[in-house]
Every structure is written in C-alpha cells, then in structure tokens.
Design a protein around this ligand. Structure first.
Ligand code: 13P
Length: 253
C-alpha cells in the first residue's frame, strides 16, 4: 500500500519554547504509527534542528516549509536544498498556496524547486489546489491539471514513483470550510488519473495524495477514509497535540 501520511504544517507560528512543548505533548499522546504510515512536522526554519533532536522515532520526521529554486549563491534570505540536506532534512513542502499567493511562486518556479529538492535527496510535498472563483466556475479539474503538468511533468518515472502531492483547495484553508469527503475524493481521483495518463497506473497508484484545508480530528476519518485520500496536510489543528494525535490515528492501515 502507498504511504499514508499525516503532515503538520505549522506555518509561521509558535515560539521555540512553544514548539518544543508541542513536540513533547505530541510524543506523550497515545498513538501508534504503522509501517505504511509516516508523520511529518513541517516547522519554521529556525526550529528544524531543535525539533529534529527532540524526536525519538523514525516514523516522525521534520520537514521544511519551502526551499530555494536556485543552488547556493548570492540569494539573500533564501535556504537551499543543499543546506537542508546538510542538516539531514528529508522532506520539504513546495508550492503551498500561501507561497504562490504572497511570494508569487509560479508553476515554473516550483518546477525548479522540485528539481533542487531531488538533486539533494529531499522529498517534495507538492501542493496544488484552486481558489474559490475557480471552484464556483466548476473549472477546478483543469486548473489543478495545469498546476501538475507545469510543475511535475518533466520528472522521470523513478522520481514520480512514491511522490507526495497535497491537494489543498484554497477556499478551505484556515476558513473552517472543509471540502466534503466526496469533493476531496473526486479531485484526488482526477489527480491520480492525470498522473496515470503520463506515467501509467502503477506509478500513479504509488503516489500519496494528501488532502489539506481545515482538517480536524472531527472530520479526518471521513476524509482519509476515501480510497484516493492518503492522509492530510494539516495547518491549525496540528498546533494542538491532542488534535493532531487524533488525526494521525485516523490514517488508513
Ligand atoms: P488549515 O488546516 O489551518 O486549514 O491549513 C491547511 C494548510 O494550509 C496546510 O498546509
């Protein structure tokens, strides 16, 4: 079975003390992580090393929330894939809608970031998803398909095998408005089909497709229970240890 993943996206939140307390509280929760499951904590850059040092199981890994599209050089304020690799970070979120919206990251820039990640053995968690006006016009399938094609379709079959995608409808992020589990399933099946058309069914079936957007302990089981939903990318609810632990417990085994 492809990997089932619960990924926390802390975004730009928490002090270091709060971050360490959250990890302690999370590790004190009673949840088990099966062989086919992975928990990721995407934390702010300054917390990557301390949080990594605090974690006591290989089923929980720390992830970056972004990486530079270039290799090392005169790019003030950026953090490269090489640097993350140097501190043993194995995952990075790439193309979150907040990066696309506030920092003007295009599909082409994201393709470069994905390449940098692969060059330095970092697994991307590639985000896609439509804004409200696209959903209202019912053109979300085409919109997401273009995001996938422009950022991912240069990848080799080996790179696409086991790739991680997060579908996050922008209208559901931080709004309390969740896509229904049927809406999530419909888009996830579409994403898998788009990948299958280019890479074949076997590779498409190996891709983990996470849902993101107001995931909570109360709705995770319903959404993650759908056949093409392989877990979630969780914002607000991941900042509460009991909530995130409960969400982890709803991953398929
Ligand atoms: P919320 O879970 O707070 O809606 O955020 C979703 C998200 O953007 C995760 O990357």
């Amino acid at each position: 079975m492809r990997k089932q993943i619960a990924a926390a996206n802390w975004k730009m939140n928490l002090s270091l003390t709060q971050a360490e307390k959250l990890v302690t509280d999370l590790q004190n929760q009673n949840f088990s992580i099966a062989e086919n499951q992975q928990v990721l904590l995407a934390v702010p850059f300054p917390y990557l090393i301390p949080v990594k040092q605090q974690i006591n199981t290989s089923h929980v890994e720390v992830a970056a929330q972004n990486i530079a599209s270039t290799t090392n050089g005169a790019f003030t304020g950026e953090t490269s894939a090489e640097m993350l690799n140097g501190i043993s970070i194995n995952y990075a979120i790439i193309g979150h809608s907040e990066r696309r919206l506030y920092y003007f990251e295009s599909n082409e820039t994201l393709a470069q970031k994905i390449n940098r990640a692969f060059e330095f053995n970092i697994k991307p968690i590639f985000c896609c998803g439509e804004p409200l006006e696209i959903r209202e016009a019912n053109t979300q399938n085409d919109f997401v398909e273009i995001q996938l094609k422009e950022s991912l379709f240069h990848l080799s079959e080996a790179q696409m095998k086991g790739f991680i995608i997060a579908y996050e409808p922008i209208w559901a992020i931080g709004t309390g408005k969740t896509a229904s589990s049927d809406q999530a399933q419909e888009m996830h099946a579409h994403i898998r089909q788009v990948i299958a058309q280019k890479y074949g069914a076997e590779i498409a079936n190996s891709v983990s497709i996470l849902y993101g957007g107001s995931v909570k302990a109360s709705n995770a089981a319903d959404i993650f229970g759908k056949p093409d939903v392989d877990g979630g990318l969780v914002g607000g609810a991941s900042l509460v240890a009991t909530e995130f632990a409960a969400i982890i417990s709803t991953l398929k085994k």
